[in-house]
Write a protein that binds this ligand. Structure first.
Ligand code: SF4
Length: 209
């Protein structure tokens, strides 16, 4: 079976299994998702959701957070790990949004990449979730499962996986497809243990074939 056909079948299977694909970071404004995505590096979404409550209560707007000291941001986001670099990026990102983008998160992928602390994964997440545009978010679950399903072959580098998936996943399906891979990767096929007997994708899995 060609990779494209295989990908379409997997997209449909995942849709059936996880009808409600959504980002597990809580947010009600685009800039808040930008902050949360930066904090989510090497941290769980659940913890980020708790930590940002305090951050956004104290600094409820882009302007307010841009004015905050890096030290105070670091104190608040410390439980997410990597506090100094995350605080520096968040501060610089909010300043840039205020000074360059008139406090509006840009809806352009290349503009998003100019923001401090925003890489391809984060920019894709914002494009897909906030703006409803085509997106491929290559996080650890996406990379692991795309290899298991034979959608990519032994590729671990996020940018290369993204490039390969763009070729075979229908653009409008990309964002939800990646969210569903996260759900599957957390619930059924985790990095530590695969619960194959519960898996709806056995027929596509290299481990089982
Ligand atoms: S069959 Fe097992 S190893 Fe393959 S994707 Fe499903 S849970 Fe993971």
């Amino acid at each position: 079976m060609r990779k494209k056909e295989r990908a379409l079948l997997i997209v449909e299977k995942l849709k059936g299994q996880y009808p409600d694909a959504a980002c597990t970071l809580d947010y009600d404004q685009a800039w808040k998702l930008l902050v949360s995505v930066r904090l989510a590096a090497q941290c769980t979404d659940a913890r980020v959701n708790i930590v940002v409550e305090g951050l956004f209560e104290k600094y409820p707007s882009i302007e307010a957070l841009a004015e905050a000291s890096v030290e105070d941001i670091e104190k608040i986001v410390h439980p997410c790990g990597l506090g100094p670099s995350k605080a520096r990026d968040i501060s610089a990102c909010m300043k840039m949004l205020r000074d360059v983008y008139h406090c509006k998160v840009p809806d352009d992928f290349d503009e998003l990449l100019k923001l401090p602390g925003v890489g391809r994964k984060s920019a894709n997440l914002i494009m897909g979730d906030v703006f409803g545009k085509p997106a491929i978010v290559t996080d650890t679950h996406c990379i692991r499962l795309s290899n298991r399903f034979g959608l990519v072959d032994g590729i671990k580098e996020p940018g290369k996986v993204e490039k390969e998936l763009w070729k075979i996943i229908p653009p409008q399906e990309g964002s939800d497809f990646c969210h569903r891979l996260v759900l599957h990767g957390r619930e059924v096929c985790t990095a530590r243990k695969a619960y194959c007997e519960e898996c709806c994708l056995q027929e596509f899995c290299k481990k089982v074939l």
